[in-house]
Design a protein around this ligand. Structure first.
Ligand code: ADP
Ligand code: MG
Length: 258
């Protein structure tokens, strides 16, 4: 079992405090969802976990199985078993999708234990079939010219191939039509199990109709302000966020404003 523990996390971007004490524990075998209005720091949390240099951690800790994640470089975090599907995946020219995935898999293995080309291709084919992706996508440069929906499927393909311990999926559902949403959900559901934990960041409850979360958290003003089970997501869908704001005495959901 693996555990990611985020404690009292404070993060600044260019001197402005965005996260103001986030606490969250994610174990393998668990699916967590974070919901919340725009601009409350959800993507900032994802970027801070993965070590984006623009996001400065000023207080708190992030530990993976007792190891200090904040001490690790970005590539070390990936090797340690963390994975981030970004809200806006970037295009990387000159690196094919397949090469990227193969080297990411091998980076997490000991020398001499690398995945064989045959095994890699077989696995890639089967995962691409689950995600209903065109075979030629594997040979294209990473995300270059991919449509919004293709990028999202591709993030999930990478996750399925790399098999991280803990994945953070930022708005993986945005811009997906209903069929794409179903295949992406199918991919995530296939990963569920003893070796895999996941944090799904979403603005809408829609995705959670296909992936039943074990825990749902609401983020507002740079903090996790409420946690519950899957029924919390349904209540948010039906009633919005106003009742939470009223409960907590929050008037404005934007963060970082005086
Ligand atoms: N790179 C950045 N530079 C400056 N401000 C940023 C940057 N990224 C995010 N912010 C600000 O941080 C706040 C939280 O953003 P974000 O984490 O993207 O919110 P969410 O994902 O919940 O919509 C917003 O006020 C946003 O404008
Ligand atoms: Mg975001």
């Amino acid at each position: 079992m693996s555990t990611l523990v985020i404690k009292d996390l404070h993060v600044e971007i260019e001197g402005k405090e965005i996260l103001k004490g986030v606490n969250l524990t994610i174990n393998t075998n668990e699916v967590h969802a974070i919901m919340g209005p725009n601009g409350t720091g959800k993507s900032t949390l994802a970027s801070a976990v993965m070590g984006h240099p623009k996001y400065e951690v000023t207080q708190g800790s992030i530990m993976l199985d007792g190891e200090d994640v904040l001490e690790m470089e970005v590539d070390e975090r990936a090797r340690a078993g963390l994975f981030l599907a970004m809200q806006y995946p970037s295009e990387i020219s000159g690196v094919t999708n397949a090469d990227f995935m193969r080297s990411s898999i091998n980076a997490r293995r000991e020398e001499g234990e690398e995945i064989s080309l045959m095994k890699f291709i077989r696995e890639l084919d089967s995962k691409m079939e689950v995600l209903d992706m065109d075979q030629e996508m594997a040979q294209r440069y990473l995300n270059e010219g991919f449509s919004g929906g293709e990028k999202k499927r591709n993030e999930i393909l990478q996750m399925m191939m790399i098999k991280p311990k803990i994945a953070v999926l930022d708005e993986i559902d945005s811009g997906l039509d209903i069929d794409a949403l179903k295949v992406v959900s199918e991919g995530i559901n296939q990963m569920r199990g003893e070796e895999f934990g996941c944090l799904i960041i979403t603005h809408y409850q829609r995705l959670l109709n296909y992936i039943t979360p074990d825990h749902v958290h609401v983020m507002m003003q740079g903090r996790v302000v409420k946690s519950g089970g899957k029924e919390l997501a349904q209540k948010l869908e039906a009633e919005g966020y106003d009742w939470i704001k009223a409960e907590l005495g929050i008037e404005d959901e934007t963060v970082g404003q005086a």
